[in-house]
Design a protein around this ligand. Structure first.
Ligand code: PSU
Ligand code: MN
Length: 292
């Protein structure tokens, strides 16, 4: 049921760095076509960083760890969005399924991948407990020995509460050359990190030490290279619109992202793409540094 691509399996065996990538952002995070291009660019960025990419997704009843170009191209908006609990049903039912951060982490845990990159982690939705919507990404991260490089937490969430919950779950929140958790599009203004790191080597050593001490996942927040500081009013508008249209649960993130992409004249789309690719590059470099 799980198929690990030859290149990924060889890398894991020979102790080369491997970085897992998710497919939800490919299928649901961008307009048709753009997501696949972002997925491809992320894989290339992992390679440029010196590691092997392992994009995860479910196709034809198989949980793939490492996709060919043709396989990656099959992830479009018709794919199911797979959190950790959804993998088995999608595999058994033969439905195409795009893994979220949490779904990808569940697979990492099974096959022993220690690094992952994404745009923004899921978390506590605004207004909690109405609705009581907390992403399964958080628990999955707590339970997987994986360092996830992201630009913090998706800013449509309640970022402060998400940071509190990460502390409760024992997840280190590291800042890449920053003292504040990045706010996805915006570099500053987020809650404090639990430790700031200055180098790849330092990040890799903290992850290794955390695992040696019996810990699970870690988050490394990398601020976007170009900060977009004026997105918050649009996010509020998008969330109000989602509510008015009865959009709930798993559908909220894709709705809000596409609203922002349309209303910002493509500004958030470019920023989103760049931060994902930058995170993939850094994860590749850290995965490579971890083995020296
Ligand atoms: N970050 C992005 N685009 C995305 C997501 C994150 O830049 O599409 C996705 C991730 O796959 C993440 C998911 O795991 O949103 C969280 O969804 P939910 O809040 O429904 O758990
Ligand atoms: Mn949710």
């Amino acid at each position: 049921m799980i198929r690990v691509a030859d290149e990924v399996r060889d890398a894991l065996r020979n102790g080369r760095g491997v970085v897992a990538l998710e497919t939800t952002l490919v299928a649901h995070g961008f307009p048709p076509g753009d997501g696949v291009a972002v997925g491809r660019a992320s894989e290339q960025a992992v390679r440029d960083g010196g590691a092997v990419p392992a994009t995860v997704g479910v196709l034809d009843g198989v949980v793939h760890v490492g996709l060919t170009e043709d396989e990656l191209a099959r992830f479009d908006a018709s794919a199911r969005k797979l959190g950790p609990r959804d993998l088995a049903a999608a595999a058994v039912q033969g439905a195409p399924g795009a893994t979220t951060v949490g779904g990808t982490l569940a697979v990492c845990r099974t096959v022993g991948i220690r690094f992952m990159a994404t745009g923004g982690l899921g978390g506590v939705h605004r207004g909690w407990p109405t609705p009581p919507d907390v992403s399964a990404d958080l628990q999955a991260l707590a339970g997987a020995r994986v360092l996830v490089v992201s630009s913090g937490v998706k800013s449509l969430l309640d970022v402060g509460s998400t940071a509190e919950l990460l502390e409760t779950l024992g997840v280190p929140v590291l800042g890449w050359r920053t003292d504040a958790l990045p706010l996805f599009y915006a570099a500053s203004g987020g809650p404090p990190v639990s430790a700031r790191v200055e180098s790849k080597d330092e990040a890799a050593r903290i992850a290794a030490a955390h695992w040696e001490l019996g810990g699970g996942g870690l988050l490394l927040g990398r601020p976007p290279d170009e900060s977009l500081d004026d997105v918050e009013p649009l996010i509020e508008e998008a969330l109000r619109d989602a509510d008015a249209q009865g959009v709930h649960g798993q559908a909220v993130t894709p709705f809000v992202l596409s609203y922002l992409h349309a209303q910002s004249g493509g500004k958030t789309l470019r920023a989103n793409r760049e931060l994902i690719v930058g995170n993939a590059r850094l994860a590749g470099e850290i995965a490579a540094a971890a083995l020296r």
